[in-house]
Ligand binder design. Structure first.
Ligand SMILES: Cc1ncc(COP(=O)(O)O)c(C=O)c1O
Ligand SMILES: Nc1c(O)cccc1C(=O)C[C@H](N)C(=O)O
Length: 403
């Protein structure tokens, strides 16, 4: 087909898909311009209701109510209240998630907590298995957690995990979706394999929460962490969260017991007595401004089903791959993202020579993705605000840049 007719066909297809998109109206709930924003897997766009809510928190709650806001304004209970807002998005019943601290800090709590849970039943367990391809912070923290707990660290690829599990395994730290390739790992099967070995699993949900079904409760996940600034649109540095399965909460022994995780925080006692339930995942004073910005951001999820989000996400990435196939000269890019839906998150990663320079030129032309060293162009598709015409335009501009 000639170039103009391919463009016309893909343009019409995009129009049709946008016309049938049940999430299309959600875009109006975000502050966006005419840029094609495909970096929501790093920093989600701003929900339009957030600035007004933050202004209220600052001017009225802080400025006028001052200290009274800790109780009357619901500041003190925000970590568990907002955790309960995130819970349905990751398939968890209420009372198992607290919001606070960074993902990195929660990885630390979860991995050390998992080792302690394992040792409780079997003191001989002395290995932490970690995804060798993980986002660096998880690897660094797992290594430090191993040194602190006297464990050996076993970095392996996710495919190798079942083969290395055994009587010595204490904890396994895995990513639901790989930050670089966008590969979705088999959470139910890997969780079952870890349990079969008598160990505890920690899942990092940074790149899956808000983009696809997680099913924490349904699959018996032990512990999970995730950030809120990607598909949950909580804003730069918005607090992360920690999930501890209900049946494990009484035995969860946090390596960071703070006064906020004390059973009686205002008792000011010298000895630590852990709070019941998810609260024992808390540490110190919550970062209220970020946390309440996140709470406002979560309003965009009202009436949205994760199933609909996942269906649109797959349609967006399918369409992007098709458009890239049509517009980009043969051999200029190679997709690192699996074709099979069961193995794909909500991003497409393209290996490309001069990827850093190519991304710079894309951004100059109004298509924002990101570059991950050494040679990856990464495009994240947030179904709440990315449409099919955006996808067609992004691939077309990429084709022009690479021509
Ligand atoms: C998979 C994964 N884990 C952890 C992090 C780091 O989290 P934080 O900076 O919130 O500690 C990120 C991204 O920043 C990530 O993609
Ligand atoms: N958290 C980030 C930040 O503070 C600055 C720049 C980027 C980020 C990211 O989230 C990176 C992201 N986790 C990634 O998948 O590469």
């Amino acid at each position: 087909m000639s170039e103009p007719s391919i463009r016309a066909e893909l343009g019409m297809r995009a129009e049709k898909l946008d016309g049938a998109d049940e999430l299309a109206a959600k875009r109006a709930e975000f502050v966006l311009d005419d840029v094609v924003y495909l970096d929501g897997n790093s920093l989600g766009a701003l929900p339009a209701a957030v600035p007004g809510r933050v202004e209220d928190v600052v001017r009225r709650q802080w400025g006028e109510l001052r200290i009274r806001s800790w109780t009357e304004g619901g500041w003190w209970t925000a970590p568990e209240r907002i955790g309960d807002r995130i819970a349905p998005l990751v398939g968890a019943a209420a009372g198992q998630i607290v919001v606070g601290d960074s993902t990195s800090v929660n990885v630390f709590k979860a991995v050390v907590g998992a080792v302690r849970l394992a040792r409780h039943g079997d003191a001989a367990r002395d290995e932490i298995v970690v995804d060798a391809t993980t986002f660096p912070t998880d690897g660094y923290i797992a290594e430090s957690a191993a040194r602190m707990t006297g464990c050996t660290l076993r970095p392996v690829t996710p495919a190798e995990v079942p083969g290395v599990l055994g009587k010595r395994t204490a904890a396994v730290l895995l990513n639901h979706v790989d930050y670089r390739t966008g590969r979705l790992h088999d959470l139910p099967a890997l969780t079952a394999a870890v349990h079969e070995a008598g160990a505890y699993v920690v899942w990092d949900l940074c790149h899956s929460a808000g983009a696809l079904q997680v099913g924490l409760d349904a699959h018996g996940v032990d512990l999970a962490v995730g950030c809120t600034y990607k598909y949950l649109n909580g804003g730069p540095g918005s607090p992360a969260y920690l999930y501890v399965r209900r049946e494990l909460q009484d035995r969860f022994d946090s390596p960071l017991p703070g006064w906020n995780s004390h059973a009686e925080p205002f008792g000011m006692r010298p000895d630590f007595a852990p709070a019941p339930g998810a609260l024992r995942g808390r540490v110190g004073t919550p970062d209220i401004l970020s946390m309440l910005a996140l709470e406002a951001a979560l309003d965009v999820w009202d009436g949205v089903s994760v199933e609909a989000v996942r269906a649109k996400s797959l349609a967006l990435t399918d369409f992007f791959l098709r458009c890239v196939g049509e517009y980009v000269p043969e051999g200029r890019v190679e997709s690192l993202t699996p074709v099979a839906h069961a193995e794909r998150g909500s991003q497409v990663a393209l290996r490309c020579e001069d990827a850093g320079d190519v991304m710079k030129r894309l951004i100059e032309r109004g298509v924002v993705g990101d570059f991950r060293a050494p040679d990856v162009l990464r495009f994240g598709f947030t179904p709440l605000y990315v449409g099919f015409a955006d996808v067609e335009r992004a691939a077309r501009v990429l084709g022009e840049v690479l021509a």
